[in-house]
Design a binder for this molecule. Sequence first.
Ligand code: GRF
Length: 216
Amino acid sequence: MKRVVVLISGRGSNLQALLRAARIERWRETLNADIVHVISNRPQAPGLAVAREAGVSTEVVDHRAFPSRAAFDAALATAIEAHAPFLVVLAGFMRVLTRDFVQRFNGRLINIHPSLLPAFPGLATHRQALAAGVRFHGATVHFVSVELDGGPIIGQAVVPVRLDDTEESLAARVLQAEHRLLPTCVRLLLEGRVRLQADRVAADVDVAQQLALAAL
Ligand code: GRF
């Protein structure tokens, strides 16, 4: 079975979208795949309850308990490897990972970022978008590379920016798009129709078309 491990730090709405897609699309039966474990670096993350309610095992690897970034990442890697994942999904995981960690999971590690990368990497992406005055904004799912928010792009979802948008209204619109984008990208990876090959995304499918179908 293709095992998926999801890493979170907070609310867990993207995790919820993944769990919902796995249930509705019956990933276990149709893809021989399942979300098997959720790890949070924050003990209070509401997303842990989301996982538990879906019957998925949870674990906290609290970064504050480790003397260094490298020590935390080593413990995190061990916790992940215990589940022999085909795919590791960073779904609102708010820690920068070390080079060693990223290289260890190269090709199996993806992230969702709330902007149309390479625009607006880092934090406060909706504020950055409003300040820049862009008319379109969105979210990106990408393979994680050593460059922060800089890995090969798998898929993107675009939303309009309205003239009266606040950070909150824009964030809500982007989040809705994220909840379609992430499950679709994960499904394509589980199907083997999208993969990382020589540091580039290779696909046997039109990802943009798949995303457009998911938006219907
Ligand atoms: C999302 O906007 C995601 O793109 C970003 O962090 C947020 C996590 O939200 N990386 P949630 O925990 O999935 O609700």
